[in-house]
Design a protein around this ligand. Sequence first.
Ligand code: PDD
Length: 285
Amino acid sequence: MTTVYLNGEFMPIEDAKVPVMDRGFLFGDGIYEVIPVYSRQPFRLREHLRRMQANLDAIRLPNPHDETQWTILIGKIIAATMFEDQSVYVQITRGVDSRRSHAFPKQPKPTVFLMTEHLTVPSQQQRAQGITAISAIDNRWLRCDIKSISLLANVLLRQLAVDTGSIETVLFRDGILTEGAASNIFAIKDGVLLAPKKSHLMLPGITYDVILELAATHGLARQLRDVSETEVRNVDELWMTSSTKEVLPIVSLDGRPVGGGKPGPAYTAMYGWYQVFKQAVMRNE
Ligand code: PDD
């Protein structure tokens, strides 16, 4: 039985029902978080909660809980499942209204939903051989920094990859790399880590920050700047990063090999650093 949390109560997933007048259902008016959990300990929880606060501020929705309450709630949903490694999903919408009106309800009562799933990590084969990606024009709105539940554009873009047997869609806006349909993108060229600077055109990934911190710790040169499509097509390595995938090498883009067409040495080093860092965090070092 899967236990979820909805508006103050823990219940079997089959019993969790949201009214059709919920603004999340009608307008996609809400935000979400995905928090990885290793050995039952949430990874980078404070950072996820801070981003959630920033998202709530961005959509002008008061946070229904403080950090301590969120920590307790997330601890309880983790305890309610048998999995050691999980991904906790948190969704907050602007709640139920009496009529369908774009304008905010006068006193919104947010809908709060939490569930947790087994963390499906990339396979050994994907890690050893890398994954393939395609590219597309980033046709999303101009507030991609908000982790909005309105994911239609991301869904359509990711499906393009699935339709061609690929894992991710790498996005370019006006010839400049933004991110993936559900990940951030990094590149390696001549030993230097390249990534777009945070802006309204991409999600400020929690994993993105971890990668940059690890690069700094281990002396990997890095440049945060516009990376053109032409550059991306000539890099030595390309990686996707996210809370559920950690860091994964993209070895083919639009059917053409990236660098040597196999996971590169910088990826191998970064993946190793990531695992060591994760273990240390989990031991509270
Ligand atoms: N997606 N960019 C987009 C568009 C994303 O959807 C995600 C993550 C990221 C990476 O962010 P983070 O490192 O904080 O996970 C970047 C999540 C996992 C999802 O929607 O399931």
